[in-house]
Design a protein around this ligand. Structure first.
Ligand code: TXA
Ligand code: MG
Length: 345
């Protein structure tokens, strides 16, 4: 199959809508990461998403809509959901809803809930409107690779596997949406993202909890609240180690560890804040952005993780940020990229 990479315009959007309506897959931009879309009501089209990604069938998908009026045939609406929909849709927030039978089992992996979000990216909104279908879409990476934040990333992973990628430029947020479960009592963040715990609590006027496995590995026998949390994710081929502690000691240790590996013949690098790049210039520094600019760090992270593999890095040492605001989402992804391997100084 030839994969066409097209700038989003009325012609390519009409083509995307035709492809979706006839059961095909389309790569498309959202404000979080690029998605790999199929008609959510067409079980066979949904199955082809799993094939294209190499994704385990027991990991459910997110359904994308452009209008709240699309919800009623798909799901029931829990009590607190309208508050969050009105506050954060369109935007990087996914909510779980009790599903109705119109949603095929292939979308939810047989779970009684369906995850739904309304993306704010104008190309995503235009495509959803043009096909007028609920579109099931995971991130458009091969399973286990970092999510794509540019159309080029999608092409790297999906060339020859899908007919069309719409190019809408780099994704603004750069990390996947926040996933929140409102169906089981107190609201729980299953996956942190651009809509933060603090923002959710302010809108709801109550405490929101965070699934335990967000900042640590699953314990043996522990059930993942969100099936996607079970899988090795975002991990480059090399070994990532996080270094945390007092700024000066962290930077000195990053340099020591990296230079030792290089001296012993390993390809090694550091992920560091912009202000530390000059000090670490002989450690192949990957600039994460300034330490206080969590949004910029989120925006750059997946592109950096993808480049580590292209460069054949064997050992990678990274700085960390506090798990506050968008920092929680950054540390969740970095934690899983490193299998939570951390040195404290
Ligand atoms: O930002 C995003 O959410 C992107 C863009 C394309 O919208 N999509 C995305 O999809 O990240 P994906 O498939 O890579 O991640 C979906 C996550 C997985 O961790 C999955 O387990 C969880 O959402 N999920 C989906 N349905 C669920 C359900 N019914 N219950 C619990 N978790 C669910
Ligand atoms: Mg994904």
């Amino acid at each position: 199959m030839t994969t066409r990479l097209m700038t989003a315009d009325p012609e390519s959007l009409a083509l995307a809508a035709d492809l979706l309506k006839s059961g095909n897959l389309v790569g498309f931009p959202t404000e979080t990461v690029y998605g790999l879309g199929a008609n959510a009501l067409d079980a066979e089209a949904v199955l082809s998403i799993f094939a294209a990604k190499g994704r385990p069938a027991d990991n459910p998908l997110i359904v994308h809509i452009y209008d709240q009026a699309q919800l009623s045939p798909l799901c029931d609406i829990p009590d607190r959901a309208p508050v969050l929909m009105n506050a954060f849709w369109p935007g990087p927030l996914t909510l779980l809803f009790p599903r109705k039978p119109a949603i095929p089992d292939q979308v939810t992996a047989g779970l009684p809930t369906v995850a739904i979000r309304m993306p704010s990216h104008p190309v995503a909104a235009a495509m959803l409107k043009a096909c007028d279908l609920p579109v099931a879409a995971p991130s458009a990476n091969r399973s286990g690779r970092p999510s794509p934040t540019t159309a080029q990333h999608v092409l790297q992973d999906m060339n020859g596997r899908i007919p069309l990628i719409l190019d809408g430029g780099p994704c603004e947020v750069g990390l996947e949406s926040t996933v929140v479960d409102l169906c089981h009592g107190r609201p729980v963040i299953l996956r942190p993202g651009g809509i933060t715990k603090e923002m959710l609590e302010k809108a709801l006027g109550e405490e929101v909890s965070v699934a335990g496995s967000v900042l640590r590995p699953l314990e043996p026998g522990e059930k993942a609240l969100s099936p996607g949390m079970r899988y090795k994710h975002y991990a480059p081929a090399g070994t990532v180690t996080l270094v945390e502690g007092e700024e000066e000691k962290v930077v000195a240790l990053l340099k020591e560890l990296c230079l030792k590996d290089i001296a012993e013949g390993r390809k090694s690098c550091v992920l560091c804040f912009s202000e530390h790049v000059p000090f670490l210039s002989d450690c192949c520094p990957h600039d994460m952005g300034f330490s206080k600019d969590y949004s910029e760090i989120a925006h750059r992270l997946f592109d950096i993780l993808r480049r580590l593999d292209q460069e054949g890095m064997e050992t990678i040492y990274s700085e960390v940020i506090p798990p506050e605001g968008v920092g929680l989402a950054v540390m969740n992804r970095l934690g899983r990229a490193s299998a939570f391997r951390t040195i404290r100084v």
